[in-house]
Design a protein around this ligand. Structure first.
Ligand SMILES: Nc1ncnc2c1ncn2[C@@H]1O[C@H](COP(=O)(O)OP(=O)(O)OP(=O)(O)O)[C@@H](O)[C@H]1O
Ligand SMILES: [Mg+2]
Length: 278
């Protein structure tokens, strides 16, 4: 995603324009993905098909995880939902309105936190409100967002002074400050060590439960998908088709050793074409 190059937080000047969308809109977005297929132009005048007839509906406030083989088209689907590019065919809508461009109500968090190294943590989190010219009115929300991810004390630190987990929490705070109605997560914990990853899964869950946004998570980690999501969608090899949808019928907080999770894990692995005999 292209983030506009902005001046340092402290000397930011602002326009009085209102935000593009109501950042305070309550609750999560409903997302409808209808019969979406997508092709890329590749060298030699050929087309590469990444998505094949995806039909997926995310209810307001729902947490949905996508699992699928590497290169099958998961990030492509997230990019279309984010509005970063148009689908070749099919329809994507948020609360009934066609998704045609990026919008602050839909925020993407990537595997790499992509913080600006020359901006302090607070200034990195302030990027969204600053870009929309509402930073002065919303300055308190920057600190609220940092507090929500447990980093209030590091507001004045620079990114190089943070651990990987802390940097990823800053990326989450940078998303949350926009009060997203849909959080789009592309392997957001993929680069963290396994202990930090488990801790961050719990934190992500709490943020979702407190904030009420809808969440669409791509992960390679079957346990992570089952621990976090209410529904796990399994995709085929490229071009991605939906091969199964598993309802994770367990309340939160979930116990990682729950026998139902073990059953669902076997089922997910089977749909991924892996012999789940271990
Ligand atoms: N801009 C692009 N131009 C051409 N091909 C692309 C482009 N973006 C992605 N692709 C191709 O589309 C396919 C799906 O890519 P995508 O990044 O969506 O996979 P993915 O499921 O997210 O993979 P991973 O799990 O490794 O992140 C791949 O074959 C990739 O090479
Ligand atoms: Mg990807």
């Amino acid at each position: 995603m292209v983030i506009p190059l902005l001046r340092e937080y402290d000397d930011a000047t602002e326009e009085a324009s209102p935000p593009a969308t109501a950042a305070t809109a309550p609750g999560g977005a409903r997302i409808d993905i209808e019969n979406v297929s997508h092709w890329f132009d590749v060298p030699g005048g050929n087309k590469l098909q990444a998505l094949d007839g995806i039909d997926l509906h995310v209810a307001p406030g729902e947490f949905v995880a996508l699992l699928g083989p590497s290169g099958c088209g998961k990030s492509t689907l997230l990019r279309l939902v984010a509005g970063l590019e148009p689908a070749t065919t099919g329809r994507l809508a948020q609360d009934g309105a066609a998704i045609t461009r990026p919008d602050p109500s839909r925020i993407v968090v990537f595997q790499d936190p992509t913080l600006y190294p020359w901006r302090r943590v607070r200034a990195n989190v302030a990027l969204g409100p600053q870009a929309r010219g509402v930073l002065r009115q919303q300055a308190h929300r920057v600190d609220d967002a940092l507090a929500r991810v447990g980093l209030a004390e590091f507001a004045d630190a620079f990114p190089h002074q943070l651990s990987g987990g802390m940097a990823q929490r800053v990326a989450l705070a940078r998303a949350l400050v926009n009060d997203p109605r849909l959080l789009i997560l592309d392997e957001p914990l993929g680069k963290l060590d396994s202990l930090t990853r488990l801790q961050m899964q719990g934190e992500l869950l709490q943020l979702w439960q407190r904030s009420g946004f809808s969440a669409l998570l791509v992960t390679h980690d079957v346990e992570e998908a089952l621990f976090l999501a209410q529904r796990v969608v399994v995709l085929s090899d490229r071009p991605a088709r939906i091969v199964a949808q598993l309802q994770v019928d367990l309340p939160y907080p979930r116990h990682r050793g729950h026998p139902r999770l073990a059953e669902l894990r076997h089922e997910a692995l089977r749909h991924l074409g892996l012999d789940a005999s271990w």
